[in-house]
Design a protein around this ligand. Structure first.
Ligand code: K7E
Ligand code: RUQ
Ligand code: CUA
Length: 650
């Protein structure tokens, strides 16, 4: 094992070196096949025309989600999820701060990896996108009507929320696994007592069919492995969920001599329907827990954060027949299930071959009780009994697999920097194309559902190097678009992404664009400080708090001149945008406000606080160019000494 790793490390550095040379003709290296005019036509979306697909790309360490069009590669929007976002004031305004609350206090950042779109009968339904926060374990739900984050739930007993946020066929559950096993409940333990004492919590978070509201239905407390990625069963395997694991040695230090010893790790196969039945009949143990559940209300335009106090846990030993281990070689990373639900693919990242397990063989082996011992009471199936095939890929370092609608699979290889297309069932390699460079995930719209739309695949690369004009030591990651409508893949386009997209979720634009909301209705605005017309604007004092209910409409703030504010006050600007036209936000910025500005959508109310420290007359203004009189959209606040007896006036 050690020597294999060494060779792989060498190969990896060699491939990067090779690929980054030969770049002296002003063009980037390697990829001349993309330079032809029919490829240019394929990605050209004429001014005023729409793209065919939306792509929702995770932001990685930006904590956000970006919205792109395919095939153009144009970025349309960045949706703040786990991070404060000065562009709109998300996470700064009083209404949105509670979205970032956790049991650790406000955590205004995260590492978001895997977006997944809601489904009905295994087909994308375009209602919501879910995405995980890896670092401080959270799952977010984003509305595809408003393109705003509507809900964030923290996941207790978890750490490194990586094998998340994947959706079952009818969006019954969004599932969150834990990459790091930890003491459950958390405890002050010597780290070397890891083995046997640390647990891996796999959380099944139910989703309300109407509202999308999430709630943790149960957590399975698994042995202390690392649970890396997961995929729901589809169609015939609906009702099951599959998780790749590594470090089945349960080492507390993941040096290869400790943690990559076992020739095979496991894919954990979980019959969640069985466990659901068990907990519906009163099974499971309620454990004290402390986790935030933050919900944004689109009528009050305000989030509330609630601390939940318990979670239902399930011990695998108490539900015999619900969980099995499928031996899978070489520290599998991606775990992917074909659209028919028959094949489960383990992408062993220290390997050249892909292991494909058969769901029906798995059921047979379970039925005939053909086990190869157990781990912590969980039966281990025999590798030979469940194996459907091995893809002799010829590549190195497989990470992730997606599917088209013609019975093909596409796997990324990080080390050999390529996408390999292969046939499901015969396991033969059909085509391979290089990526620039070191690809992680790939995405075909619907490519992890029952119904893929196999026209394009997007490869999301980890290293950019010579692909773009240099921008100092760091370049944005590159995404590459391949036309997969023919037998051979064709690289047709290359575009920069934002943050570090791990996974992405794509969907035909027709399933979303008609539902996208144009305004918030003023007559439905239930914000406590909303005012229905500018003549209701008012300023009130409560001790040293000053509340200003302000209106904004082209091109004036009401009130615009306010006196009687004092040093030491805390001023709340509650501002309602009275526009009722599509795409006419106004902004609000106050000199010296040390938090952010606001961008307020038509019909919405948002609140910015300001604590004036200096006597004077201080201006505020609209930050979004909204009309020919945008520059006139301004006002003043007069700030007097703390002991002044000037009364509030406006
Ligand atoms: Cu492979 Cu977080 Cu999905 Cu990144 S993970 S690549
Ligand atoms: S102003 S249009 Cu500074 Cu010319 Cu913006
Ligand atoms: Cu309102 Cu500019």
């Amino acid at each position: 094992m050690k020597s294999i790793l060494k060779i792989m490390t060498l190969l990896f550095s060699a491939s990067v070196l090779l690929s980054s040379c030969g770049n002296n003709n002003g063009k980037s290296s390697g990829n001349n096949s993309a330079l032809n005019s029919s490829n240019a036509e394929k990605v050209y979306v004429a001014p005023g025309e729409y793209d065919e697909f939306y792509a929702f790309m995770s932001g990685g360490y930006s904590g956000n989600l970006t919205v792109y069009g395919l095939p153009s590669g144009r970025m349309f929007k960045e949706i703040p999820v786990f991070s404060q976002f000065p562009t709109t004031g998300y996470g700064y305004s009083e209404e949105t701060k509670p979205m970032l609350n956790t049991s650790f206090g406000m955590v205004p950042w995260d590492d978001s990896h895997h977006p997944d779109i809601s489904q009905t009968n295994g087909v994308l339904d375009g209602r919501w996108v879910f995405i995980n926060g890896n670092n401080t374990p959270r799952i977010a739900r984003i509305s595809l009507k408003t393109f705003e984050t509507e809900e964030i739930i923290e996941v207790p007993n978890s750490a490194g929320n990586h094998s998340s946020s994947f959706i079952t066929e009818n969006t019954e559950y969004v599932v969150a696994g834990t990459r790091f096993s930890v003491p459950v409940p958390q405890a002050d333990l010597p780290i070397n007592e890891y083995k046997g004492k640390f647990k891996g919590a796999l959380s099944f978070i139910s989703v309300d069919k109407e509202t999308g509201r999430m709630g943790i239905k149960f957590q399975i407390l698994m042995p202390g492995f690392n649970y890396d990625l997961s995929h729901p069963g589809r169609d015939k395997s609906h009702g099951w969920f599959f998780f790749t694991t590594y470090n089945t040695e349960e080492a507390n230090s993941l040096l290869e001599v400790n943690a990559s010893q076992n020739d095979k790790d496991f894919i954990a196969a979980i019959n969640w329907k069985k466990i659901e039945e068990y907990v519906n009949n009163g099974g499971g143990t309620k454990m004290p827990a402390n986790y935030a559940h933050n919900v944004y209300d689109e009528h009050t335009h305000t989030a509330t954060s609630t601390m939940e106090k318990e979670v239902l846990t399930v011990n695998p030993a108490d539900v015999p027949g619900a969980i099995y281990f499928l031996p899978t070689p070489k520290s599998p990373h991606g775990c992917d299930v074909t659209p028919t639900g028959e094949y489960i693919i383990g992408n062993g990242k220290l390997s050249a071959d892909l292991t494909v397990h058969s769901f029906s063989k798995m059921l047979d082996a379970i039925e005939n009780k053909k086990f190869d011992g157990d781990a912590y009471g969980i039966p281990i199936l025999k590798y030979e009994d469940i194996l459907a095939g091995v893809v002799k890929s010829g590549g190195l370092g497989p990470l992730h697999t997606e599917f088209d609608d013609k019975g093909n699979a596409y796997t990324t290889f990080f080390i050999s920097s390529e996408v390999v297309k292969w046939k499901i069932g015969t396991w033969e390699v059909i085509d391979r194309k290089p990526t620039y460079y070191s690809v992680g995930h790939l995405m075909i719209p619907g490519g992890n559902s029952r119904k893929p739309f196999g026209k394009y695949v997007v490869a999301m690369n980890k290293i950019t190097k010579d692909r773009y004009l240099p921008t100092g030591p760091e370049l944005e990651h590159s995404a590459q678009l391949y036309d997969i409508s023919g037998e051979k893949m064709e690289l047709i386009y290359d575009f920069p992404t934002h943050g570090e997209p791990h996974y992405a979720a794509g969907i035909p634009a027709d399933l979303i664009k008609g539902n996208s909301q144009k305004i918030y209705r003023l007559d439905e605005n239930k914000h406590p400080y909303a005012i229905t017309s500018p003549d209701q604007a008012k300023v009130t004092r409560n001790g040293n708090e000053v509340h200003i209910s302000m209106a904004m409409i082209r091109s004036h703030f009401t009130p615009d001149n306010i006196e009687g504010v004092k040093v030491g006050d805390k001023v709340y600007f509650h501002i309602t945008n009275h526009e009722q036209d599509f795409d006419v936000p106004h902004g609000f910025a106050m000199i010296g406000a040390n938090n952010s500005e606001l961008l307020i959508m038509p019909g919405q109310t948002k609140t910015l606080t300001w604590e004036p420290k200096q006597v004077g007359v201080w201006p505020f203004y609209c930050t979004d160019f909204c009309s020919a009189l945008h520059q006139e959209m301004q006002g003043y606040v007069r700030v007097s000494p703390a002991n002044s007896d000037i009364e509030l006036s406006w």
